[in-house]
Design a protein around this ligand. Sequence first.
Ligand SMILES: C[S@@+](CC[C@H](N)C(=O)[O-])C[C@H]1O[C@@H](n2cnc3c(N)ncnc32)[C@H](O)[C@@H]1O
Length: 343
Amino acid sequence: MRPLAGERKTVRHRPWPAETVLDKPKYELDDAQLFAQSVVSPLRYPGAKRQLFHALRTIINTNVPPPRLLVEPFCGGATSALRLAGTGVVDHIILADADPLVAAFWYVAAFDTTWLINSMKEEEVTLKRWDWWRMANPASRRERALKCLFLNRTTFSGILHGKAGPIGGRAQTSAYKIDCRYGVEGLERRIRAVGDLANSGRLVDVWHCDWRTSLARAARFGGLTPNEIVAYLDPPYVEKAPELYEWSFESNEHEALAEALTAMDGFRWLLSYDDSPVIRSLYSGQPGYALRTVDYRYTAAGSATRQSKTELLVTNYPDVPHQLEAPLTPSRQRKRTDKESGR
Ligand SMILES: C[S@@+](CC[C@H](N)C(=O)[O-])C[C@H]1O[C@@H](n2cnc3c(N)ncnc32)[C@H](O)[C@@H]1O
């Protein structure tokens, strides 16, 4: 980490006081290039919305004032918040999740970084160890963090839920074995970058709580005015969520969230969802809301082919451009043109 003029580099072992959000971040990041890439999170996450980064950045940059703080109450793999902070779109972020393993992971990655990296390197990535972690009921935050990282990197599709099996199956006969996603060099780089976000005051805190508590805490954080705070919410899917996350949503939770957002006067929020009639009926036609769709491509677990999906983005930001997708790179543009012309 390179200190800015007049700043001394320190390693931060606990969350920052709330008033930190009134200051600029303390240092330049050591590994700023990492955040220009799409894979920045040490966690693989079902439903990770990597391609939404461009849309979120466009909306935030189009509106004034720029937010001082972004809170992500369903953070999961936290890709969007990490990239928005790492590229300077927002100065400060807070991550939160109801899953105790996920929340512990982000806290320890942020404020106990060296311990997590060393412990990750010491783990033997074997079926025996996978069975052990699956049964473990860790009492300490450090152990919960390590359990989250280990199971996320060695379980089919990164799913932490009890039913998913180890990558490569019990027989380990596939070309992809249990350790194929446990590359310690890449993980160390990404965990270090999370620690760097925390040391520099960009990642201010990590909360283990339900979304209601996150929104209530965020709304009065650091003495900010409501329009200096934005929440980015990426709730569990309407379908399939119970198979993917320990903490999923009953249908009345989707309604409760819609009601809570309507009641948050002046507070800005961005919400991404799988495009479903249930969600459209909750948010369409509300005064002051903008709905946009963002198409993105992904590779489903267990499939070799790329598929495309439409994500719904809803926000109460006043200025929302119609075109939100990232511009195609020249090589992606060429591939698309070739495909469309049958070449
Ligand atoms: C769709 S995932 C988020 C994915 C994330 N945006 C990413 O890119 O990786 C939903 C997350 O919400 C969390 N969650 C589920 N119910 C919750 C609740 N009531 N309050 C807070 N978090 C919850 C789950 O543990 C899961 O991590």
